[in-house]
Design a protein around this ligand. Structure first.
Ligand SMILES: Cc1cc2nc3c(=O)[nH]c(=O)nc-3n(C[C@H](O)[C@H](O)[C@H](O)COP(=O)(O)OP(=O)(O)OC[C@H]3O[C@@H](n4cnc5c(N)ncnc54)[C@H](O)[C@@H]3O)c2cc1C
Length: 378
């Protein structure tokens, strides 16, 4: 008699959960796959690891053989006087918010954004690109202050100014007031504006609340080993919420990127089916940066404040490179502007090749890329 199919339960249908489900179906046609998500409806959602069940409603219990936690994070809200239920104040996480912003833009002239990381940047670019008078407030002295140094921050400032953005560093929002269908914004250091739109990117809080009081080990996210296994048998974690042991940088960390979530999803599915392979990828984040590009690879001073670094900058051309070293290993890099050398950086990081002269890495990056195939003889 055929045995019952294995039941895989996945909590979260973002990139990690969805790509895991796709891979499970591909590799195990008979698997029973149940996905649970709370995008539209609030769920009573508890997990009982001893009984191997998740509860979707009070009193209900859905059994699992193998469980994947892919619950991601939620944006930290702006909490200042006047922010509760303020109209035209947006985080940037859910599709409904995006639709509401898009609907508001044609009737808007002035936008204020708070946030010195990628969501803040994306909102700023979106408003500036649509020709709104855009004020970008950042609590730090420059963009991505934990990973970029002052010259790198200056290159971002130049790119933002080129795009017509008004920059306000070491400034935050202290108060919001409704005023004739707009929001009066009071800054902490004297900034004021009457805005049609206010966007905020203040980081994420991981969705781990439902595991409180259980045996599952959590820190900022859900802790896993290099196989994306948690400390609880038959339970894995993937995507933004996974605080995984990274064999490349040899430390635990979390990545909030699409590529990481997608790769985690595919990888964890194979391990849930029994492969037991370590996840080996150099973490990368690539984004537009106004009319240029930024790429963050590996570990930077954000995760490893003691990493030593070198930089090269060309302000006029808006190009910048910063390399991060731990001992004789290149562990990370940030490129703004020209992306030349990105592949070599990734190779050096993943191969953990000892670097004798750090400055020479810049020369290596400037060398022509080796073509993938030799040119055919004439
Ligand atoms: C505006 C924006 C722009 C971005 N831009 C980029 C970019 O340019 N490049 C890049 O690499 N990355 C970018 N990212 C990040 C990238 O989108 C995320 O890293 C990725 O989508 C995370 O996927 P995930 O599956 O781990 O989590 P999520 O997509 O957060 O999915 C988690 C799901 O789990 C559900 N959930 C949570 N708790 C429960 C529960 N208790 N019960 C049931 N369901 C639950 C949530 O509702 C959600 O649907 C951006 C993110 C945002 C918000």
């Amino acid at each position: 008699m055929a045995s019952d199919p294995t039941r895989f339960v996945i909590i979260g249908n973002g990139a990690a959960g969805t790509y895991a489900a796709e891979q499970l179906r591909k590799d195990d046609a008979a698997a029973e796959i149940v996905m649970i998500d709370d995008e539209k409806y609030t769920l009573y959602n508890r997990v009982n690891f001893e009984e191997k069940t998740v509860s979707i409603e009070p009193g209900s219990g859905l059994g699992y053989d193998k469980l994947l936690i892919a619950t991601g994070g939620r944006p930290n809200p702006l909490r200042v006087p006047g922010s509760d239920n303020a109209p035209y104040l947006f985080n940037f996480q859910y599709f409904d918010e995006t639709k509401a912003m898009v609907a508001r833009i044609p009737e808007s002239k002035i936008a204020v954004v708070l946030g010195g990381s990628f969501i803040g940047y994306e909102l700023t670019e979106a408003f500036a690109f649509r020709k709104l008078e855009t004020h970008w407030l950042q609590r730090g002295p420059w963009f991505l202050r934990r990973s970029l140094d002052e010259p790198g921050g200056k290159v971002v400032s130049l790119l933002a100014a080129d795009a017509g953005v008004h920059l306000h560093y070491e400034e935050s929002i202290e108060k919001l007031e409704r005023q004739n269908g707009q929001l009066k914004v009071q800054g902490s250091k004297g900034f004021t504006a009457t805005a049609d739109l206010v966007g905020v990117g203040l980081g994420l809080t991981m969705n781990i609340d439902i595991f409180k009081g259980t045996a599952l080990q959590t820190k900022v996210g859900v802790l896993t080993n290099e196989f994306l296994e948690t400390n609880v048998p038959d339970v894995w974690a993937a995507g933004d919420v996974a605080e995984f042991y990274d064999v490349v940088s040899q430390r635990h960390h979390r990545m909030g990127t699409w590529d990481n979530s997608l790769n985690h999803g595919r990888h964890v599915a194979k391990n849930m089916l029994g492969a037991k392979q370590p996840y080996v990828e150099v973490p990368t984040y690539a984004s537009g940066m106004f009319n240029s590009n930024i790429s963050v690879m590996g570990v930077t001073t954000e995760e490893e404040p003691d990493a030593e670094s070198l930089y090269e900058v060309e302000y006029d051309a808006r190009n910048y490179k910063r390399l991060f070293f731990l001992g004789d290993k290149l562990v990370g890099a940030i490129l703004i502007g020209k992306m030349k050398g990105r592949k070599k950086v990734l190779e050096l990081i993943s191969s953990r090749t000892p670097v004798e002269e750090r400055q020479k890495v810049f020369e290596l990056l400037a060398m022509p890329e080796v073509p993938a195939k030799p040119a055919a003889a004439e």
